[in-house]
Design a protein around this ligand. Structure first.
Ligand SMILES: [Zn+2]
Length: 180
């Protein structure tokens, strides 16, 4: 792992304060993005040129160009906070924190989406591999891939780019935590 990380130093992700950088990205996503809504569940259909204008570069690269963020760079990879993960592009609820698990693969991993309609599945035969791509069911942004080596009860591993996730802490999470 050390060798891999050292070989990736040309990557544009800041090593110094990833969480602070990430926060700015998230905030600007919402401010400049009129298509982001956690309440409107209608399909979002926006021309690519428009997305390019609205989305931060790293989000656009993953979401619309099917890019992959560098492994082990997401603030969400080891997060155990209780809440909901939304699509950072459109606000579609994707995963609950209680379906998140430590896969060790370098990206946030979940074993089950919030609902069947929250995800679109597409065969992906690129890079000489047979994989299943997962896209946001509302805005068709690329999220990552799903593999069949996950834990019970589903046996699935949704391997998701953290940059495409927008986390909202459960409102009563703090209270529950204090009562324990
Ligand atoms: Zn979306």
């Amino acid at each position: 792992m050390v060798t891999i990380a050292a070989g990736l130093q040309q990557c544009s992700y800041s090593q110094s304060s990833p969480s602070a950088d990430k926060k700015q990205t998230m905030d600007s996503t919402k401010t400049n993005n009129p298509y982001y809504s956690k309440t409107d569940s209608g399909t979002v259909n926006v021309p690519e040129a428009e997305w390019q204008k609205i989305l931060p570069k790293d989000v656009y690269y993953v979401a619309r160009q099917k890019g992959t963020e560098r492994p082990f760079t997401s603030q969400f990879e080891h997060s155990k906070e209780i809440g909901t993960y939304y699509c950072a592009v459109c606000g579609n609820p994707l995963f609950k924190s209680d379906t998140k698990f430590e896969s060790g693969c370098g990206w946030p991993s979940f074993y089950e989406p919030i609902s069947k309609s929250s995800i679109i599945y597409t065969p992906d035969n690129s890079h000489g591999m047979k994989r299943t791509e997962v896209e946001c069911g509302k805005c068709k942004s690329h999220l990552g891939h799903v593999f069949d080596d996950g834990p019970p009860p589903t046996g699935l591993r949704y391997c998701i780019n953290g940059v495409i996730l927008d986390f909202e802490k459960a409102k009563d999470a703090e209270k529950k935590y204090n009562q324990q």
